[in-house]
Design a protein around this ligand. Structure first.
Ligand code: SAH
Length: 215
């Protein structure tokens, strides 16, 4: 059966390209992954707008052009092992699953994790492991990671995440207060030194946990 959303998805990929994302693998993933399967029914007709949308429990699915920018800046490779902190709807997880070898994703709100698991299973993603808990401590069991994506805003870089980066690994995280942040790229060199580089101003929901904001 033809997917009635396919045309809107291709148009979204064009919009994302217009926002400065040029990596063809990332644009293909946006054109392929059905975002409408990850948003609640109440906002279904807005699924292919380049906008953040409410997903319940005070959380949002992020703006697609920002999610695509994450993937481009992190240079996600086909062989990469990736840790995601803040599964949310699972949409970004699905993009990561399409671009990398293995995705490990942590979400603190159990109901969101259950919903994400169901959507990812229905779409047949077999390279995704989900954990319910505090992602500010990372997921040591599957470390080290080539890339770590933090989808919520933190006061500083959780050191546990840096510890779980492979040499040459990249971590992308919004840093700042609870109103505005700077998306910041952290690189761990082969010698184990970490370097920080600001990417763009952004606004994310807070990262709540041991190495984030208090509950
Ligand atoms: N990328 C997601 C959007 C996530 S919004 C998507 O595509 O839908 C940020 C998510 O981070 C929220 O679901 C929030 O519950 C979660 N979160 C906040 N603090 C967290 C923590 N310490 N560990 C894991 N998840 C956390």
């Amino acid at each position: 059966m033809p997917d009635p959303f396919a045309r809107r998805r291709r148009r979204l990929a064009e919009t994302v390209r217009g926002q400065g994302v040029s990596d063809p693998r990332v644009l293909q993933a946006v054109a392929d992954v059905p975002r409408h399967r990850f948003v609640p029914g109440a906002v279904l007709r807005r699924a292919y707008e380049d906008a953040a949308l409410p997903i319940g429990f005070g959380q949002t699915i992020s703006q697609p052009s920002i999610q695509a920018l994450y993937l481009q800046v992190l240079e996600i490779g086909a062989g990469d092992r990736v840790l995601e902190v803040g599964t949310g709807s699972g949409y970004q997880t699905a993009l990561l699953a399409a671009l990398s070898a293995n995705v490990y994703s942590v979400e603190r709100i159990p109901q969101l994790a259950v919903r994400a698991r169901q959507a990812l299973d229905e779409l047949g993603h077999r390279n995704v492991a989900l954990l319910t808990g505090d992602g500010t401590v990372g997921w040591s069991r599957y470390a080290p990671y080539d890339a770590i994506l933090v989808a919520a805003a933190a006061p500083d870089v959780p050191h546990a995440l840096v510890d779980q980066l492979a040499p040459g690994g990249r971590l992308l995280i919004p840093l700042g207060d609870q109103h505005t942040q700077t998306l910041t790229l952290v690189r761990r060199t082969a010698e184990g030194v970490t370097e920080r580089e600001p990417v763009i101003a952004c606004v994310f929901v807070p990262l709540i946990g041991r190495f984030g904001w208090p509950e």
